[in-house]
Design a binder for this molecule. Sequence first.
Ligand SMILES: [Zn+2]
Length: 178
Amino acid sequence: MRLCDHAGCIAGGDFRAPKSRLDLHDYYWFCLEHVRAYNSAWNYYAGMSGNEIEAEIRHDTVWQRPSWRLGDRHGPSYADRIRDHFGVFSGGLGNGRDGGRRSDERGRDSVRRALSAREQALAVFEIEPPFTPVRLKARYKQLVKLHHPDAHGGDKAAEEKLKIINQAYATLKASYFG
Ligand SMILES: [Zn+2]
């Protein structure tokens, strides 16, 4: 049996949480209590210098623009919902209501909204359980097609987004069908 990774805890490690934003495939395993604590304490910007945080926010801003455009194809709420739930990128308290007005101050002070890897993946896929492996795969293919860098002139931001989509797919497959 896997034990909780929290020091000194001997409960079962049934819940996984990514170790860092840079490696969402490498997990800690925690008991429910400690995965909750970990999620709520996880600061997306932890370990970054002020300059790095600013660069990340700028990157985020660049990244958001094409998704806003693309969102139009899915109806007006698509981009809003992506923005709302895409905690990996927004790094914070974003509720999607303030559009492009993401300020540096907000980024610096924001505490990352606590979402589990699975919740983030569900938000990326905009899919709600129950779903079948076939439906999940179809949605994956749809997203890849939509966000493939080749479709965006090899755009770096699209590349990053595709990575997130791939990670989300792996997370969902593992969570529901693993
Ligand atoms: Zn524990």
